[in-house]
Design a protein around this ligand. Sequence first.
Ligand code: SAM
Length: 320
Amino acid sequence: MIDGCGRTIDHLRLSLTDYCNLACRYCVPEDAPSPSQMIDTEFAFQVVRWLSRDHGIRNLRLTGGEPLLFPGLAPLIERFGTLESLHEISLTTNAQALAQHALALRAAGLSRVNVSLDTLDPQRFSYITRGGRIDRTLAGIEAAVEAGLTPVKINVVAQRGLNHDELPDIAYWGLSRGCVVRFLEVMPIGPLTHVADQHLVPAAEMLERLGRHFELSPIATRPGQPATDYAATAAGLRGVIGIIAPTTKPFCDRCRRLRLTSRGELVPCVHDRSSTCLAGAWDGQRLDVALADHLLADAIAAKPEVGPRNQLITMTALGG
Ligand code: SAM
């Protein structure tokens, strides 16, 4: 699938549910109603089958909300695993419930996980996530490594005043467990742009802070990877640290993503409010592929060259 700007679209982010058991302050507005939309399993399977078979989607990332709260997750992954055109199935999670699911997910065919972890401090963790338990997330990461859901990538949203002083410590913690550690700039998304403005730590500053503790040399990244990766070494420790700078250095020219929300909407750009509803092509049992092809063409035609930053909904609804 090639869009009007010549970008190959081969990554799908599939939001299984907009429900999350945490409510990170940069992700979920304080007064947001608690959503609970679960995608229809058969719809999700048929859409992924169609997109991978007919339209070149190769990488599937399961997300949400919190995808581990989706009932029947392992059997659905097993079905996705039968789709020969898919090269990789990964999942983004807060890992609160990963320790108990890691082995079953690996056995079902999940390739690897990305885990969100913004701090190593239990009080800060509870504050940032509005009530999350850090011991659960740390245990989830260890279980994922043990289960072979590797490379486990730890995603850290750097936030001034909340964790900006901890970046090297988190890198040490992750690298010493064989994880890739990626630091993200907070993005102005939907109703929470003011949070990003208030807490943004620019990538250049992250690099400078990390560079005081690690020797960092840039390494080549795969097409479609938003991160700039560095081989990192320090005191006998070696690994990969990534920096993702969607706010100060947007990577729209390299964007290969399409999103499908748990409400059945195709979203071609995270920073653009336009979406195309696939519901009309679904009769409850079967995807009308001819109609879906038309709707997909509309969605891809609407993918902007540069995200206009007019998104109205949150990352939990869009699929992060
Ligand atoms: N619940 C899962 C989790 O916590 O990883 C998956 C969904 S979450 C929306 C996916 C990713 O989006 C997380 O890594 C989170 O940190 C990131 N995210 C959400 N809002 C963001 C923002 N405003 N800026 C940067 N990253 C954000």
